[in-house]
Design a protein around this ligand. Structure first.
Ligand code: BGC
Length: 432
C-alpha cells in the first residue's frame, strides 16, 4: 500500500523489508558494516588520493600505505562480518583499478571485485556496492576531475562497463558517495583545518606538475559551482547505466545528511537544507530506488547560521557532537524530501573509548525503529565502519571501527561494540 503510494519500483517492492510487528524490525532488514576501497584496501596507487598523500607538503596526516590490506584479506573480513551475526556488507569499487587509464578496462580487476561479491553471497551477506567512494583515477583528476563537463559521461561509461560484469549478484548499488559533502562541510563546525581549501589548492598545482596537467582536481577541494551540475548528471547517467545492465537492481546514492534542528525564530535551517541536499533530493525522485542516508550528528541552526555544540556536549574524535538521536531525524527528513525508502549506509562515531560505541549503537537503533514504526520505509542499518581504517586527511588516528586492526600485523580484533551490534542483528532488533 505504502509502496504503491510512493511509487516504488518493482525491484524495491520485492526486496524491501516486510512491515515490522510492533517492537521488531521488518523481516529481511539489513544489518551491516561498511568500508570503502581507498580506506581499507591498501596500495591504491593509481588514485588521486594516493598521489596527494605522497606529495610534499601534504595536508594528509599520514599515508594510507597498506591500509588494512583488505585488498588481500577480504575473505577474512567477510568471515568476520558473518561471524558477528550481520547479514550485509557495504564496500566500494576502486575505479582507478578497474579503469587504470582512460578507456582501458581491466577484466582481471572486474573478476577480482566479482569474487568479493560472490564471497558475500556465499556467506549469506547482501552486498551493498558503491561505485565511487571519493577516490578517483589519477587520469580522471588530471583532466579536471568533477570540474570537467565530460566527467559525467566518463563516469557513466565506467559504471556501464562495471555493472555489466558485476550487477548480477549485487544486492543494492549506489553511484556516488556523498556528492554534496562540500556543501555540508560549509555549514558544519568540523575538525577541518581553517586553511584546508587553500592548502588543497596548492597541492592540486603540485599534483598537476606531477601528472602534466594544468587542471588537476579531486572531489574534495574541487570547484563546487563547476562540480555540482556534473555530479548530478554523473549520478543520473550512472543510475541509467546500472539499470540498463540489470533493470531490477535497486540503485541509489549515498548522501551525507545532518539532523538539522531549528533554534529560535528565523532559523536558517531550511536555507541549509536547500543548499546541502535540495537538488539531490529532487534527483532521487526520478533517479533513485532508495536514498542512502549517512549521518554523523546533528546541527543546531539559528537565524545567524550554524551553532557550535552546546557546552558540555560529548564530542567525537572528529570534534562533532555525539548525538545518537540524529540518525532518526536524518532518516525522517530524507524520506520526506525524496519520497524514496531509506537505507542507512553509514552511521558511527570516532572514539578510542569503545564503551561509548557500545552505548551509542542501541540508542541509534531505537531511533531507527521509531522511524520505521511511524511509517518510514527503512531497508537497513549499515554501521561505519567494520574496521579501524584510513580516515582521509586525519590518517589512522580516528577510530570508527567495530573491529580493531593492528597496524603492523594487520591482525583484526573485534571490539565489545561489535558483539553489541551483532547481538542486535541476530535478534533483528533490540533485546526486550
Ligand atoms: C565518508 C567516510 C568517512 C566517514 C567518517 C563519511 O563522510 O563516507 O569515507 O570515513 O564519513 O568520517
Amino acid at each position: 500500500m505504502l509502496a504503491a503510494a510512493i511509487g516504488l519500483s518493482a525491484s524495491i517492492q520485492s526486496s524491501a523489508a516486510e512491515p515490522a510487528p510492533a517492537g521488531a524490525f521488518p523481516k529481511g532488514f539489513l544489518w551491516g558494516a561498511a568500508t570503502a576501497g581507498h580506506q581499507v584496501e591498501g596500495n591504491d596507487v593509481n588514485s588521486d588520493v594516493w598521489l596527494l598523500e605522497n606529495l610534499k607538503p601534504t595536508i594528509f596526516a599520514e599515508r594510507a600505505g597498506d591500509a588494512c590490506d583488505s585488498f588481500n584479506r577480504w575473505p577474512e573480513d567477510l568471515d568476520l562480518v558473518r561471524s558477528l551475526g550481520l547479514n550485509s556488507y557495504r564496500f566500494s569499487l576502486e575505479w582507478s583499478r578497474i579503469e587504470p587509464d582512460e578507456g582501458q578496462f581491466s577484466n582481471a580487476m572486474l573478476d577480482y571485485y566479482k569474487a568479493i561479491i560472490s564471497g558475500c553471497r556465499e556467506r549469506g551477506l547482501t552486498p551493498v556496492v558503491t561505485f565511487n567512494h571519493f577516490a578517483i583515477p589519477r587520469w580522471f583528476a588530471a583532466r579536471g576531475g568533477w570540474d570537467a563537463p565530460s566527467s559525467a559521461g566518463l563516469f557513466a561509461r565506467y559504471c556501464e562497463r562495471t555493472a555489466k560484469a558485476l550487477a548480477a549478484q549485487i544486492g543494492y548499488a549506489t553511484t556516488l558517495n556523498e556528492p554534496q559533502l562540500p556543501h555540508l562541510l560549509r555549514w558544519q563546525s568540523t575538525a577541518l583545518p581553517t586553511d584546508f581549501q587553500q592548502r588543497l589548492q596548492r597541492m592540486f598545482v603540485d599534483a598537476g606538475k606531477t601528472t602534466g596537467s594544468e587542471h588537476f582536481a579531486s572531489f574534495i577541494g574541487g570547484n563546487t559551482q563547476k562540480m555540482d551540475p556534473n555530479l548530478l548528471e554523473a549520478h543520473k547517467k550512472a543510475y541509467n547505466a546500472i539499470k540498463s545492465a540489470r533493470p531490477d537492481l535497486s540503485v541509489g546514492v549515498n548522501l551525507a545528511i545532518d539532523d538539522d534542528q531549528e533554534v529560535n525564530g528565523g532559523s536558517r535551517r531550511d536555507e541549509k537544507r536547500r543548499d546541502a541536499y535540495g537538488s539531490w533530493m529532487d534527483a532521487c525522485k526520478s533517479h533513485a530506488d532508495f536514498v542512502g542516508v549517512q549521518n554523523y550528528g546533528r546541527q543546531r541552526i539559528d537565524a545567524s547560521g550554524p551553532l557550535t555544540p552546546l557546552a558540555g556536549a560529548e564530542l567525537s574524535q572528529m570534534g562533532t557532537e555525539v548525538y545518537p538521536a540524529s540518525l532518526e531525524g536524518a532518516i525522517r527528513y530524507a524520506y520526506k524530501a525524496s519520497g524514496r525508502p531509506v537505507l542507512v549506509t553509514e552511521n558511527g562515531i570516532a572514539t578510542t573509548d569503545d564503551s561509548r560505541r557500545v552505548a551509542y549503537i542501541p540508542d541509534v537503533v531505537s531511533g531507527v525503529l521509531r522511524a520505521i514504526q511511524s511509517g518510514v520505509p527503512v531497508l537497513g542499518y549499515i554501521h561505519w565502519s567494520l574496521l579501524d581504517n584510513f580516515e582521509w586527511i586525519f590518517g589512522y588516528t580516528p577510530k570508527f571501527g567495530l573491529v580493531a586492526v593492528d597496524r603492523l600485523t594487520q591482525q583484526r580484533t573485534p571490539k565489545a561494540s561489535a558483539q553489541t551490534f551483532g547481538r542486535i542483528a541476530r535478534n533483528n532488533g533490540l533485546p526486550e
